[in-house]
Design a protein around this ligand. Structure first.
Ligand code: F3S
Length: 289
């Protein structure tokens, strides 16, 4: 069975940078929320002294790491007021979107963010855009908005570009002056395109990544939409032999928060290589009876 790994599979630039910052930070350090949506990496970092916390209420001294999704200006001010040492791993592309949101709001535009209102990146952007900003998930929600003379539209970095275009088109009917800033990250777009291209060339697709990772789930949906049977797994151990009966070619890709070693582990299992590389710290302790 031939196994082909898609281009751009795995960590994007922003996630790689955040994980490196976490590793380089003096320990212990608290991370505000899960640093990335990958349980294996978060567990591994916890063993190295990076403790995820749900809110600043849980940290009264020391260091706080801001993840690649970024956070609100209020949270940064609060962390400073608490005397915390801030290690900011906000992805520069997310930071650009935050600054645009702040600038457009300051210039009197109503800021419209295309995305998922519950996602931490969008919640952070809303904080920068101020109280008048609105999150819309799609063109239907955009068309239902009341008239506004000036609007600026931005997107959560991982949204499809087509959705930003659809929302902008819908807003033209209820807005006099509309400014569109394309804040969609090319890393997402490139990974999705490469995965879909590969899905069309293989018999089965395997998408590797955290079950709670929205970008990994979306990658799996896109691959499935090509008609190629697609399986989303977190680890190699979840692979089932039945999925690959009469399969000649398998495609593998991974979400932006999937480390290379987990993708290699899956490829190793698929190609039948005996030795699968697993970092020392991930190995289960050997128990004797
Ligand atoms: Fe940044 Fe794009 Fe990754 S915005 S965190 S490089 S998906």
């Amino acid at each position: 069975m031939e196994v082909i790994v898609a281009d751009y599979a795995g960590f994007c630039f922003g996630v790689k940078r955040a994980v490196e910052k976490a590793r380089e930070a003096p320990k212990p350090v608290a991370s505000l929320g899960m640093l990335i949506h990958n349980r294996q990496v978060v567990d591994q970092l916890a063993r190295e002294g990076v403790r995820p916390v749900a809110s600043l209420d849980e940290v009264n001294c020391g260091r706080i790491l801001i993840r690649s999704h970024g956070t609100t200006p209020e949270t940064l001010v609060r962390a400073r007021d608490k005397g915390l040492d801030i290690i900011d791993a906000t992805c520069p592309y997310v930071k650009r979107a935050q600054h645009l949101a702040q600038k457009m709001a300051a210039e009197g535009y109503q800021v419209i963010i295309v995305g998922d209102a519950a996602h931490p990146e969008v919640q952070g952007m809303l904080g920068w855009a101020g109280p008048g900003a609105v999150v819309v998930p799609d063109k239907k929600a955009a068309a239902a908005l009341p008239f506004h003379p000036r609007r600026a539209v931005l997107a959560q970095t991982t949204q499809p570009e087509s959705r930003l275009e659809e929302v902008a088109a819908a807003l033209r009917s209820n807005t006099d002056t509309l400014v569109v800033h394309n804040t969609v990250c090319q890393a997402t777009h490139q990974r999705q395109e490469a995965a879909v291209r590969l899905a069309r060339q293989v018999d089965v697709m395997v998408v590797v990544g955290g079950k709670e990772s929205a970008n990994t789930r979306h990658l799996a949906e896109l691959c499935r939409a090509t008609g190629t049977p697609t399986y989303h797994v977190e680890r190699a151990g979840e692979l089932c032999r039945q999925w690959f009966i009469n399969t000649r070619r398998v495609g593998v890709t991974g979400g932006a928060s999937t480390p290379a070693w987990i993708i290699e582990e899956v490829v190793g299992m698929l190609t039948g290589e005996e030795k699968i590389m697993v970092p020392e710290e991930e190995k289960e302790p050997v128990t004797t009876q």
